[in-house]
Design a protein around this ligand. Structure first.
Ligand code: NAG
Ligand code: NAG
Length: 339
């Protein structure tokens, strides 16, 4: 999640000529029953094979956890993963953000962010568990990303490139957007303090404002490529102060044959130097500002899926009323299409 709180009206004052993203026909959101709305920003979903259970983690409190027998539910709220918050000594350490959960060698790793709205005084930490059940997580604190004015230390995503000896961690939000660091194995700490810059939106903004947002990076391997999914735009909008159409949160993608460089979009635009990014999912019908996404191969549906949070304007724009959504992804033309 974000961030940078600026009223959308101020942020976009000078953007009266901003071109809205092309209208697309998107399929309906995948079915969901049980706990499908509430405080569920930036979901991370992991399938636990031995109990055939899906775990869904979300921003806020000690990382809100829900479980279900399938992606479509019924989802049952289970409480905070880390009821005592994080040992990272920063403001916000009892209201953790942007979980990313990864299974490695029979241990689940939960990456989380400690921050506050609009603050760069942030850090990324990790906790481990063998079950993913609330209260079972052992906190290991900060993973050691160095402080920098280039990025905010939020929105972690662990990715294990096939054939590699150890994973990498994607992170970042606003400022210069998305970065990556190699991790040690086991991935409790960074293996280097020199991040690689993966992607940036350099679209000019009104004087004094940061460049365009790109956050919530999520890498996913398919057919020999690494796909870099991210959220672009304004994550959270007030009903009376919405971002201009097309500038609200939406899900985009770039891809590369490397996990760490040379990402381009479907038109061949460079995602670091050429404002590249191909739309995967934007607002449609009663779905507004989808983002905070992750991608997984669903072993039951036997297909890759993208899952995300979104707003239902017919219900509310309120922060605590976000919805959980998902769709199958078709990669047959080399680029993910929601189907
Ligand atoms: C939370 O803190 C309390 C009080 O220190 C402690 O008794 C409890 O075991 C902690 N819970 C977890 C899950 O760490
Ligand atoms: C970059 O920012 C501009 C302005 O907000 C936006 O229109 C565009 O979609 C963004 N591009 C990407 C790749 O995020």
């Amino acid at each position: 999640m974000k961030l940078f709180i600026l009223p959308a009206s101020l942020l976009y004052l000078a953007f009266t000529s901003a071109s809205p993203l092309a209208k697309r026909d998107y399929p309906a959101v995948g079915a969901c029953s049980g706990q499908c709305s509430g405080r569920l920003h930036d979901p991370s979903v992991v399938y636990r094979a031995d109990t055939k259970t899906y775990y869904r983690f979300a921003t806020n409190d000690g990382i809100n956890t829900a479980t279900a027998p399938s992606l479509s539910g019924p989802w049952t709220f289970k409480g905070p993963a880390m009821p005592n918050g994080s040992s990272i000594d920063l403001p916000g350490n009892h209201d953790l953000w942007a979980p990313d959960v990864f299974l490695l060698d029979n241990t689940y790793y939960l990456y989380y962010s400690v921050s506050q709205m609009g603050s760069m005084n942030s850090d990324i930490g990790v906790a481990t568990s063998t079950t993913m059940d609330p209260g079972s997580w052992t906190d290991h604190g900060s993973i050691g990303i160095p402080k920098s004015s280039q990025y905010n230390k939020i929105d972690a995503n662990l990715y294990f490139p096939s054939g590699a000896q150890s994973p990498v961690l994607n992170f970042g939000s606003f400022w210069q957007n998305i970065f990556q660091l190699p991790m040690n194995n086991p991935p409790l700490t960074v293996a280097s303090t020199t991040p690689t810059h993966l992607a940036q939106n350099t679209t000019a903004r009104p004087a004094g404002l940061v460049t365009g947002s790109m956050e919530g990076a999520y890498e996913f391997a398919w057919n020999g490529y690494t796909y870099l999914f991210f959220s672009s735009g304004n994550c959270c909008n007030d009903a009376d102060d919405l971002a201009p159409p097309g500038e609200e949160y939406h899900i985009m993608v770039c891809r590369s044959s490397s996990p760490s460089e040379a990402f381009v979009d479907q038109q061949g635009r460079d995602c670091l130097t050429g404002n590249g990014g191909t739309m995967v999912l934007g607002s449609h019908g009663d779905v507004y500002a989808p983002g905070g996404q992750g991608v997984m191969y669903d072993p039951n549906l036997k297909t890759p899926v993208v899952y995300y949070h979104y707003v239902k304007p017919s219900v509310s724009y309120a922060y605590d009323d976000f919805f959980f959504g998902w769709n199958k992804l078709d990669f047959s033309n080399g680029w993910p299409v929601v189907v």
